[in-house]
Design a protein. Structure first.
Length: 224
């Protein structure tokens, strides 16, 4: 019996397709460093950012040093603010169907958890958004030092809700192999396709049941 629903954040509850995204090429240009170097260091440092071991500002400073430049704190702070502004834009444009789905699930007596792989700068807007009050627990990777698809972050979510993993429906678009991780942890994975189908030109196949609209999530509460 499903007693709780755990949601991914980006491309599940909010989408960057509607935001003024601060592109890596823009940031690299403003820092005066090669974009290829930026991408290489971003990829190698991303896990440390998402687990709270490095901040966005620290990573940009390391990039400037690697490029033979002295880190400029004023410039780095300006880049950080542009990134935050772009990310906050997602939280200002939450689809009404998402909020209705969350409200309906709560009315059905289900406990709700938000679980996201993210660095601190990506979710500043969450804490003042209309999403936050919808959840009984919020598990952010940079705060707990765990990242999907690590089994432990799913168990952390279940513990935060005082339910067993097998009593949890995990809903996400499938990035970061999150649905596979949820299944390995004993949860019931459900793929959220409402944003991918609307904005992406192609979608990778995955062996999981799917919801094509937020309202369809309710159809799976009694399935498992």
């Amino acid at each position: 019996m499903i007693k709780a629903v755990i949601f991914d954040l980006y491309e599940t509850l909010i989408t960057e397709w509607v935001s003024r995204k601060y592109l890596s090429s823009q940031c690299a240009g403003e820092l005066g460093i090669d974009h290829a170097l930026f991408r290489e260091m971003w990829n190698s440092h991303h896990h440390a950012m998402d687990t709270g071991r490095l901040t966005y500002r620290q990573v940009l400073a390391e990039m400037m040093i690697a490029a033979g430049k002295t880190p400029d704190n004023v410039l780095i702070a300006a880049c950080k603010q542009k990134r935050i502004t772009g990310k906050n834009d997602c939280f200002a444009k939450i689809d009404e169907g998402i909020l209705q789905m969350l409200s309906t699930l709560k009315q059905q007596g289900l406990r709700l958890c938000l679980c996201s792989n993210c660095s601190a700068d990506e979710v500043e807007g969450l804490f003042t958004s209309s999403l936050l009050p919808c959840f009984d627990a919020v598990v952010l990777s940079y705060q707990v030092g765990l990242i999907k698809p690590d089994k432990q972050i799913y168990l952390h979510c279940a513990n935060a809700l005082s339910v067993l993993p097998e009593e949890c429906l995990f809903v996400g678009d499938g990035g970061s192999k999150e649905l596979f991780g949820a299944g390995d942890a004993g949860m019931h994975p459900l793929r959220a396709l409402w944003f991918p189908e609307k904005y992406q030109s192609s979608i990778q196949d995955m062996p999981f049941p799917a919801a094509h609209t937020p309202a369809e999530v309710m159809n799976y509460i009694t399935t498992f």
